[in-house]
Design a protein around this ligand. Structure first.
Ligand code: FAD
Length: 416
């Protein structure tokens, strides 16, 4: 429900109503907790598609979690990824994941962020266990005995057994708790736009590693508007060194489209951009720890990774699922959902998945985003070698789909 009342008690207080804040609230409500979610932005801004019109490549494991929460919409399957091609520049050697290779349904699905947020918000608004307090921030949080006392911007006070920080890359919750962070600027900006193209993508996603950054093409459903001569659409995440990106962003649309087409390739015929063009400066931000006294961090508040593998939200969703499962077990036994041993177990359980993806995305970007002589051939041969080694190839894909290790258990076994 959406509440105007800001003086109350709840099991769990969540800072942030972004994609991860709403996901953790839904998962916690599912295991029986009462949850309040606080965000300084009002509903109309959070829901505004122009505020975040990126798309998210949702891994199969995440699709299953969202489906269980009643958030998954069948028509999103129009953005199903049925094959992936990973290419070094324009090399003829590439890594290829064909459709249904793992018999796990689609490899993933591309969903507009605004639609994903709206579906979660509607589900959360309808839940009797979730209290949404939008348009006011958490200004202070102090531990008082076995509770967190949070002061809101509008003067309200919330008492909870645990505070969950889901307040994004700059996380005021993380900063307030004095948790140190490792920050490394990539010197890159991701340009995000929608491409209209002549031929259907047939569910094909492409990641082309270019010297100044990765260029990703992600399938979207066809559009029935007249924004372009062609109905076929793909989402583009085009990462460039900062100075190049700024130059691209200042170009007239026809010149921008010329640069876009030269990187896009001709696999889908002619191409042009439609709709807004946005930019996201990239940095790795990793919290030194995911927990503190009566505090757990999830999603970008815990770490923000390079979008090279389209895994940031998927990783955050696995944080939330892990935390919710542990809290559910405690609540069932009438135990404290914010105890140090529960939080310690949560952090340990997330260590491998998080450390692995932070390292993998960081090193992939460093390996491929440069034009060092000699490396081009080695990179192309490396991709081709993985392509010819089914066990390694299968392992990579299981991880990318969120179906490896612990994540497999959280996601369940039925493909969407
Ligand atoms: C170009 C690009 C492409 C990407 N593509 C993919 C992809 O394909 N697949 C994928 O899995 N991931 C992808 N990601 C990553 C993904 O977008 C992020 O991981 C995800 O959006 C983070 O969500 P979040 O809820 O943790 O943080 P945010 O979206 O930053 O939300 C944080 C919320 O906290 C609120 N807040 C701020 N201060 C306070 C306060 N004091 N109190 C309470 N609330 C507060 C904010 O208003 C906001 O609503 C991509 C990222 C980029 C940059």
């Amino acid at each position: 429900m959406i509440s105007g009342m800001t003086d109350f008690e709840t099991d769990i207080l969540v800072a942030g109503a972004g994609l991860n804040g709403l996901a953790v609230a839904l998962l916690l409500a599912e295991v029986g907790a009462t949850v309040s979610v606080v965000d300084p932005l009002p509903e109309n801004q959070l829901a505004d598609p122009d505020r975040d019109w990126r798309t998210t490549a949702i891994a199969q494991g995440s699709m299953r979690i969202l489906d269980r929460l009643g958030v998954w919409q069948k028509d999103w399957l129009g953005g199903s990824i049925t094959e992936i091609r990973i290419i070094n520049k324009n090399s003829p050697l590439y890594l290829h994941y064909p459709g249904h290779w793992l018999n796990e349904g689609a490899l993933g699905c591309v969903v507009p962020n605004a639609a994903l947020w709206r579906s979660k918000f509607e589900r959360a608004s309808a839940s009797p266990r979730i209290n949404l307090v939008l348009g006011t921030a958490i200004d202070a949080a102090n531990i008082n005995g076995s509770a967190v006392h949070a002061k809101l911007g509008d003067g309200g006070v919330v008492r909870a057994r645990l505070l969950v920080g889901a307040d994004g890359r700059a996380s005021p919750t993380r900063k307030r708790a004095g948790i140190a962070e490792r920050k490394s600027d990539y010197g890159q900006i991701s340009i995000v736009t929608t491409a209209a193209h002549e031929f259907s993508h047939r569910g094909s996603a492409h990641e082309r590693f270019l010297p100044s950054g990765p260029f990703a093409i992600l399938p979207l459903p066809d559009a029935n508007d007249d924004a372009a001569p062609w109905a076929h659409r793909s989402s583009v995440v085009w990462t460039e060194a900062t100075s190049n990106a700024r130059r691209m962003l200042e170009l007239e649309r026809k010149d921008f489209d010329h640069e876009l087409a030269s990187r896009f390739g001709d696999q889908f015929g002619e191409v042009s951009s439609v709709g807004p063009i946005g930019s996201f400066p990239l940095a790795l931000v990793a919290a030194e720890k995911m927990i503190d006294q009566r505090l757990a961090l999830v999603g970008d508040a815990a770490r923000t990774i390079h979008p090279i593998a389209g895994q940031g939200f998927n990783l955050g969703l696995r944080d939330s699922a892990e935390l919710a499962i542990r809290i559910g077990e405690r609540l069932e036994l009438g135990l404290d959902p914010g105890s140090p041993d529960l939080l310690g177990a949560y952090q340990s359980a997330r260590l491998m998945d998080v450390a692995g993806l932070v390292a993998a995305t960081d090193s992939l970007n460093r390996l491929f985003s440069n034009s060092l002589p000699g490396l081009t051939l080695i990179r192309s041969l490396g991709l081709a070698a993985v392509d010819k080694a089914p066990p390694i190839k299968r392992l990579f894909m299981k991880h990318a789909m969120g179906l490896a290790g612990q994540a497999a258990g959280l996601a369940g076994s039925d493909p969407v």
